[in-house]
Design a binder for this molecule. Sequence first.
Ligand SMILES: Cc1ncc(COP(=O)(O)O)c(C=O)c1O
Length: 393
Amino acid sequence: MFNFDELFDRKNTSSLKWDQFKERLKLQYNVEDASDILPMWVADMDFAIPQVVSDAIKERLDHPIFGYSYVSDECKNAIIGWFDRRHNWQIEPHTLMFHQGVVPALGTILETFTEPGDKICISTPVYPAFFSIPNAQKREVVECDLVLADDTMKFDFTELEEKFKSGVKVYVLCSPHNPGGVVWTREDLEQLVQLCIQYDVLLVSDEIHADIVFDGYKHIPTLTVKDADKAKIITCIAPTKTFNIAGVHAAIMVVPDKELRAKLNADKLAHGRDDLNVLAAAGVQAAYEKGDDWVDSMIAYVSNNLDYVVEELNKLDGIQATKPQSTYLIWIDYRETGLSESDMMHRLLEKGRLAIEPGTKYSEAGRGFLRMNVACPLEIVKDGVERFKTALL
Ligand SMILES: Cc1ncc(COP(=O)(O)O)c(C=O)c1O
């Protein structure tokens, strides 16, 4: 029904992944000509978006006027319907707030609820905006490393509590976790919520990866766990990873707490910020209303890609790859090769002609790891794996 094998030439589409990366590789790694390097880095997919989404945007384009707009009840109901259907989470319409992205939402939240010098705690390794934003806002980033056990990452709650005791204002959770693709259990989330209540910490739950979860795992929205209503929680959700529409720019904050909402509304007013633009709203509504089949098929396809990569990479000396529980991003452990990160990146880029992410991009805790994006046709995945092998020869 959906053809995820179809190859698209994304070059010259102002794509970060396929065009702008050449500049980055030149600056960061002195790569003079990256035109034959295969990009499997930033988290978007090389699949066509669901046709129901492009049709909805085209339909809106057919009306020749693009005046001021607002997010309709139909669009809000589509969002609510999706999270009810897919995550058994009943969101109240008045708790929805919109933003241009989860990263800018994080920026707004931290700016609204903290002051320069305040402590923001994160579990590392983690998506870089979790530290780059507080750093840019002159907040103090408190890193608490996740521990590796049973082929997955786990919280060290004792350590986390020690950090909270030192006066943390905000904890930013990545759920499911990027990188590593961990789906946190209900027990994990409950323990985290209890700690946030005990130490009066604002919990920001970034759930942008919630929809791409593999068999045997279930994403639990933080706001649905025990005592979530007694904690201060802001959850960020978005259709952008799920439906491959990051360039459309759309995110949603779910803010059940009245006082938190009032402060965020005051900040919105202070900055003259608007909700979703008219094309984004059309796409978001269609995605959440009609995108189920596409997402189910995409997950099955990506799962198969992951199985392939795990099997192939584990044949290589010193490489350990474990299938993530969520996300199309595979976290590869190369510590046993004995290679340094710069040696590894040099080999991947110069010999393999493959661009994947170095682990320290996700903090020092990521040293010895790589992150590879497999949300692309299997033919490209196979090419990527061959390049990886060549790099290690
Ligand atoms: C955990 C996480 N949050 C946020 C983002 C980006 O969000 P946005 O594009 O909505 O700013 C990403 C993208 O990879 C991500 O992995």
